[in-house]
Design a protein around this ligand. Structure first.
Ligand code: NAD
Length: 343
């Protein structure tokens, strides 16, 4: 039996979900809900009915799950309506724009006994799983620190849509949230965060850049810079070539450093002393770890179907994604107050 899915929000990522769904045998796209022309385009391309609202789609179709890919500020209504209708949800990241909405979503999903998965799709890449194994197995020794960057200059037309000028669409909530999620996934829980944000380039509500200092509960510390207005080859999408819109540079953008070895990420180059005493007097060798790029969006949908069918436990729950959101939103509080925020 296939799993009957609807998509709410047929924009950029809605298209990617729909096209990825074709690679998943268990998944059947049944309908699209979107009041704008982009939704009509997607419904036509997929040859499925288009509805003007989530409520209309839920009333007319017998769905098992809904993928919510509306702008971040509109994640809550379709997610809660789907749960009220007894339908599982995969909502795009960030789970919600505010902690209050995220916590209401956790409460509703638990009350209804339904799953809310969150689109932190990078957790599905073998290279992310491998990095997690390397860090958590102690191959680096004791993890001492992490240093990372995500920086790209987004094109001017990206900001033609007004929602992308708002604070919910800045690089912190749109891009850094992915990095925060896989830093938590790879290194463990965050304990505290301090930050600065800047609006140096555009005079939009959203920030242009943020810099932060992190501390993990295992004692490791880290620094991270994010910007959507600074030209650079150092961002996950450039590194991996995941998205055709970001031409691949193949550059690493994160370094995990431990007492015995270091890991360049995402290319997975392991730097170590080849069995010699790990100190600065001994030569280091670089070991390239092999990994395949996959379509993580397709794997994410396959997993969503398996969770709906009761075959797998969710890899990322609403509660887990709320912890990622809490850490990410702390950037704004830390910058505003000048205080270190305990998480
Ligand atoms: N996981 C990822 O890699 C990834 C990548 C891009 C975007 N995203 C996330 O996906 C979400 C959407 O981003 P996008 O770039 O696709 O935006 P977009 O503007 O391209 O598309 C959003 C679509 O939602 C529709 N919409 C708006 N309100 C709606 C409503 N109430 N009901 C139904 N449809 C509605 C719009 O008409 C539009 O077609 C954001 O939360 C963003 O953070 C995730």
């Amino acid at each position: 039996m296939t799993v009957r899915l609807g998509i709410v929000g047929g924009g950029v990522i809605g298209h990617r979900h729909a096209r990825s769904m074709k690679e998943v045998a268990e998944a059947e796209l049944v309908a699209v809900a979107d009041p704008a022309p982009s939704g009509q385009g997607l419904a036509n391309e997929m040859a499925v009915p288009l509805y003007q609202s989530t409520a209309e789609m839920l009333a007319a179709e017998n769905l098992d799950g809904v993928i919510v890919s509306t702008p971040t500020e509109y994640h809550a209504p379709p997610t809660l309506e789907a749960l009220d209708a007894g339908v599982h949800v995969l909502v795009e990241k960030p789970i919600m724009p505010t902690l209050e909405q995220a916590e209401a979503t956790v409460a509703k999903s638990e009350e209804k006994g339904l799953n809310v998965l969150v689109g932190h799709h990078r957790r599905y890449y073998p290279l992310v799983l491998k990095a997690r194994d390397i860090v958590q197995s102690g191959e680096l020794g004791d993890l001492v620190a992490v240093s990372g960057i995500w920086s790209a200059r987004k094109n001017k037309s990206y900001y033609d849509q007004d929602w992308r000028k708002k604070w919910e669409a800045g690089p912190v909530l749109t891009n850094l949230i992915h990095e925060m999620d896989y830093l938590r996934f790879i290194c463990g829980e965050l304990e505290s965060l301090s930050a600065e944000v800047s609006h140096k380039v555009w005079n939009f509500e959203k920030e242009d850049a943020a810099a932060m200092v992190l501390k993990f509960t295992n004692g490791a510390i880290g620094t991270f810079v994010v910007s959507d207005q600074a030209t650079s080859p150092w961002a996950w999408e450039f590194s991996t070539g995941e998205t055709p819109a970001f031409p691949k540079t193949g550059q690493n953008c994160i370094r995990f450093i431990g007492t015995k070895a270091a890991l360049d990420f995402p290319n997975l180059t392991l730097w170590h002393h080849d069995g010699q005493t790990p100190d600065w007097n001994h030569a280091m060798m670089a070991e390239e770890m092999q990994h395949n790029m996959i379509n993580a969006y397709a794997d994410q949908i396959a997993h969503f179907c398996a969770v709906i069918q009761g075959k797998e436990e969710p890899r990322i729950t609403a509660r887990d994604a709320t912890a990622t959101l809490r850490a990410t939103l702390a950037v704004f509080d830390a910058a505003k107050t000048g205080q270190r925020i305990m998480l």
